[in-house]
Write a protein that binds this ligand. Structure first.
Ligand code: 13P
Length: 247
């Protein structure tokens, strides 16, 4: 089935108010045939959402708590992100799984919270280098997929991002054949569990996506766009990646 590609930018812990200049420079990009979701730090979402009005660029959060409110110092709920102007939230990024001990059950609860708040959940999966070297990549990602996606997830409210941990921020990427093998396997599992909704769910690749490799990666079977870290920080680079997603 034909799926509309997504170019998603994850700014991680980068960006101050002055970074709105990058957003302003992005606004002219042709995104008529793809979706663009920029995930700046939570402090910038409301301002960026206002600045992006009238453009194709939508906002996303980078994480949310599973509860709507409560005594969780420093956390942010999906409802808060939605009110700030986000349409999506990344959950289960490998940096949160590693730095904050998030397991599949917690990621699934966060995805459910995103849906409760009307946000698209961008659910991240990916093996470590040791797991790939041991030949376990498919099994690891399949287990994360089973544990992290909520029952009842739909093509409209859920996006999967396959991000091999060893490719994040390293300049290294899997071969196109390895990306195809993983994305085909993810698609098969999504269809098995969610039927037609699983066929419609977008599956993004993430990990050292750059202007120079985006087009060839986005052309791979069952790759429906990218989740981009470092190269999303500069409008010139991210524009080129959006152009690759736009086709
Ligand atoms: P890089 O594009 O910097 O490798 O980061 C990928 C990533 O983690 C996006 O979520």
């Amino acid at each position: 089935m034909a799926r509309r590609k997504i170019a998603a930018g994850n700014w991680k812990m980068n960006g101050l108010a002055a970074s709105v200049a990058e957003l302003e420079a992005l606004k002219a990009v042709d995104a008529s045939a793809c979706d663009v979701i920029l995930c700046p730090p939570a402090t910038l979402i409301a301002g960026f959402a206002a600045a992006a009005q009238g453009s194709a660029i939508k906002m996303g959060g980078q994480d949310c708590h599973s509860d709507a409110s409560g005594a969780h110092t420093g956390d942010i709920s999906a409802e808060m992100l939605a009110e700030a102007g986000a349409i999506a939230v990344i959950v289960g990024h490998s940096e949160r799984r590693a730095d904050h001990g998030e397991d599949d059950a917690m990621v699934r609860a966060k995805a459910e919270a995103a849906h409760r708040a009307g946000l698209i959940a961008i659910v991240c999966l990916g093996e470590t280098e040791a797991e790939r070297d041991a030949g376990d990549a498919l099994a690891v990602v399949s287990g994360q997929l089973a544990g992290s996606l909520p029952d009842g997830a739909t093509a409209a409210d859920t996006v999967v991002a396959y991000e091999p941990v060893w490719a994040i921020g390293t300049g290294r990427t899997p071969s196109l054949d390895d990306i195809a093998e993983m994305h085909d396997a993810i698609r098969a599992e999504l269809i098995k569990r969610f039927g037609a909704e699983g066929d419609g769910m977008r599956v993004l690749y993430g990990g050292s996506v750059k202007p120079g490799n985006a087009a060839e990666i986005f052309a791979v079977s069952n790759v429906d766009g990218g989740l981009v870290g470092g190269a999303s920080l500069k409008a010139s680079d991210f524009s080129a990646i959006i152009a690759a997603a736009n086709g």
